[in-house]
Ligand binder design. Sequence first.
Ligand code: PMP
Length: 535
Amino acid sequence: MGLDTDTIRRDFPVLDRTVNDTPLVYLDNAATTHTPTQVYDTYDDYYSQYNANVHRGIHTLSHEASQAYEAAHDRLAAFIGADSREEMVFTKNTTEAMNLVAYGWGVNRLDAGDAIVTTEMEHHASLVTWQQIAEKTGADLRYIRVTADGTLDMDHARELIDDDVELVSVAHVSNVLGTINPVRELADLTHDHGGVILVDGAQSVPTRPVDVQSLDADFLAFSGHKMAGPTGIGCLYGKRGLLEEMEPFLFGGEMISHVTFDDSSWNDLPWKFEAGTPPIAEGIALAAAADYLNDIGMDAVRDHEAALARYFIDKLDARDDVEYYGPPGDVERSGLVSFNVDGVHGHDLSELLDNHGIAVRAGDHCTQPLHDILDIPGSVRASFYVYNTRDEIDRLLTALDDAQQQRDTLLSNHYHDLIADYYHNPTNPDGLTNATFRKHSAETSCGDEGEFHVRVDDTGRIEAMGFQSDSCAVSQAVASLLADHLTGANIDTLTDLDGTVEGLLDGDFPDMRRDCVVGPEEVLQAGAREHLIDT
Ligand code: PMP
């Protein structure tokens, strides 16, 4: 039987609000989920009844806070099948949990000659962390390939995981492809070669039953804010023996046992890794979130998500203007789908969906190398949770119909006429073949990417300007506007462009797109300065 979404939705008052005068459809759950009243009531109760520092006060409130905080560790440990609270460390989020393994275990353990294996589909939180550790320790960093259908190439995994490998770090569920990776198989392979495996559970722990025993995971990292819990809290599970061996990476407060002027010793697990005053209210509230999900049943959560993803993918399969990424609909996948609509930049799409009250995420989702492999600057991601319904997906699909036309309406309604005109009649949008200099730009936060081309004659006069761009409509239009406006000017003009576009538009552009207006100016300015220094 499916989830009773009507009842569940009553626990999430935010779902009753409107956005742009239409009822909210929240499909950005892979970024952050909403929090039910049961969870923030716990928070409220903590602050109104027993807010106090833990393990430090000989008074009733501190005692009550300590008990609740310790019990929260027990409940989170049970949630993922850990043996005991000693194996459950509270951190700030998944990123910090993985960095704790990197700095507590990796830096002390790895050397030149060792290898770390990760995958091409990792979130930056893991990929960049292991890049840093490889650089610091001299260890070799290897990436398991992603196949064309968005799964891991397990033959390649078997090639890469050899006796040099000390650590394998893998996302259980990809936050872009929705792929569910074969963690147990990778764990067995890793253990056969004497290594340990860190599982990034940011997208799996909130959405499916995760049991560290059956996965045989050595470490598992996850975040509270993606599982109906609060922000500011995440967890690191570690097998007890590994955590005992591991060095703390933050010092002071809660993690101390005894200190002299010469030496210090550390508290017992898990407090050894929870320096300073820990996230007490957040930890207690996260345990309430785990209870909430347990009450629904994690099998039911998984099935609900999979059914919504399949429903959405079936609909996408029936249209020829949308490309989606990751395994096809008949392969089990998680409840998130990343896609692009022909001819509509993700940021424009996200904005026009917001006009329909629909929240999705657009950009590279902190997986730039994966987007390079997919050969796209970014994607739009719809991600579902326990409160989402087929009706909401239908609303998304309706909004996607005629997306191109809606984009044009968006441009003409929301922006200066000049922007709309330049978007439709761009100046040299294929760039220049004989440019005097070029300047490439990549906007890391949103995935916009482009290149200005400038041709200058012997007297320093700009003969022509053009651009090539994968950016959103506004960025492209602004690049075009600049190209037109600055042709014929002296190259020196380009070194001081601040406010030029704003002036041309009489300051008339929506604040939320300010970066798209200012960004092209900055890129062109930087390109001109570099050119003048070089010549
Ligand atoms: N890994 C994956 C797979 C994720 O999806 C995310 C969040 N987008 C993270 C790690 C990082 O999570 P947090 O920002 O909570 O540290």
